[in-house]
Design a protein around this ligand. Structure first.
Ligand code: ACO
Length: 379
């Protein structure tokens, strides 16, 4: 390997050490700070998981109460951001979210000359603010008025309440909470890496999150669940699966919601979400959607399981969000709402032992020196 070897997409390059989370693609394990995701989903809440990711240990009861208090306070939005969201309620949600986070940063004087303690304080506030922004973006798009968060609800409950103006039932609140926990962190993915690059210049954490949201917006990263849901709807019913999926595979088309760069076995997040997808679709009279998805899964595993192709988290998350009333345009923003915890945790961890990112490119252009031609003589 010479000094000019290019690692396209930084594939295989280790850029940092982390204690935040670990993805074991061979064993199908997702670990946050040493805890298996299944264990956390069964016993914990998103607020606890967020505290764990950012602080490195599970909170005591009093630590959790203080953390919830900050999140609750932060999920009330300032008027200038409410005005922005309602003035642009017809815009693509992820773009509007990115702009709203940036506006929050522009209006926070702490961000002008940021200190380490400010970074953490703002990071935790953003854990509450970003979900409130996402919910308000949905509320504005659906023509409702801004809803203040309710102190008797969890962050997940307030996401649904601030989206719709109606207090959610316990089951919907729980499913939202699970979705938040499952998407909170996932290794050194593109958006997380973006946040690290930004924070490594000692910029503020609003800027790190603005970079991350911009990166998440791309269809290669945050957009697959929307396409997976569209596919399941297009197939329509279990009897159509063999023909439609078989036809697509023959044409070498990728089936959205299957396969993963890291997991070569069943994605543990998909396994958990599948149970909730079954429950929520049955409750909302959309059982056929789930049955169709199950049949697609069976056909895909029988044809491609030996190549390590299994459902990923996106195959079932779109169906769950749809059943909770979110339009597919909102799916990437929902992802951002929960991933805020991972972005904040990893940005704070990185900057505590900082090194400015400065990779090189291998120059393959003209080395010259060429003779300069005055503009009037060029053709
Ligand atoms: N549908 C059909 N065939 C597939 C799929 C799929 N979704 N995924 C992989 N394959 C095939 C490949 O074409 C390849 O076939 P070959 O051996 O005939 O060449 C074989 O399975 C092995 O796949 P890889 O190329 O090793 O998969 P890779 O790791 O490069 O790609 C990726 C992973 C990009 C996620 C791919 O599976 C894909 O495009 N999936 C659909 C999009 C998707 O669901 N993305 C969400 C990922 S999860 C997330 O980001 C939160």
């Amino acid at each position: 390997m010479d000094a000019n070897t290019v690692f396209k997409g930084l594939e295989g390059v280790i850029v940092s050490e982390t204690k935040v989370g670990f993805v074991d693609g061979e064993a199908g394990r997702l670990v946050y700070r040493g805890f298996n995701i299944e264990e956390l989903v069964q016993h914990s809440s998103y607020e606890e998981v967020s505290f764990l990711l950012i602080n490195g240990h599970l909170p005591t009861a009093s630590e959790l109460k203080s953390y919830r208090d900050v999140i609750m306070k932060s999920s009330s939005l300032p008027s200038e951001v409410i005005d922005l969201i309602w003035a642009h309620s017809n815009k693509y949600p992820t773009s509007l979210l990115r702009t709203a986070v940036s506006l929050l940063g522009a209006n926070d004087t702490r961000a002008d000359h940021i200190t380490d303690s400010d970074q953490k304080e703002i990071g935790v506030e953003l854990v509450g603010k970003v979900p409130a922004l996402v919910s308000s973006i949905r509320r504005a798009a659906e023509g409702g008025k801004y809803v203040k968060p309710s102190p008797d609800l969890s962050l997940a409950g307030n996401m649904l309440y601030q989206s719709t103006g109606k207090k959610p039932d316990k089951s919907s609140e729980r499913i939202m909470d699970v979705c938040l926990m499952l998407h909170a962190d996932h290794g050194s993915n593109a958006s997380t890496f973006s946040s690290l690059v930004t924070i490594s210049s000692l910029s503020d954490i609003y800027s790190a999150l603005t970079s991350a949201i911009g990166t998440l917006k791309g269809p290669l990263h945050g957009g697959a669940n929307e396409m997976a849901l569209k596919l399941i709807m297009e197939v329509g019913k279990p009897e159509n699966v063999e023909e439609v999926i078989g036809g697509k595979l023959e044409k070498k088309e990728k089936i959205m919601g299957f396969g993963h760069r890291v997991y070569k076995v069943y994605d543990p997040r998909a396994r958990i979400l599948k149970g909730f997808a079954r429950e929520v679709t049955a409750r909302n009279g959309k059982g056929q959607l789930f049955d169709t998805a199950q049949k697609i899964e069976d056909v895909m595993i029988s044809k491609l399981g030996t190549k390590g192709i299994f459902p990923n988290v996106d195959f079932y998350s779109g169906m769950v969000y749809d059943s909770l009333g979110f339009h597919p345009d909102m799916f990437t923003s929902l992802f951002a709402a929960s991933r805020t915890s991972g972005w904040v945790a990893r940005s704070l961890e990185y900057v505590s032992d900082n090194k400015l990112f400065r990779p090189r490119s291998s120059y393959v252009g003209e080395r010259g020196p060429l003779a300069y031609i005055p503009i009037e003589k060029r053709n």
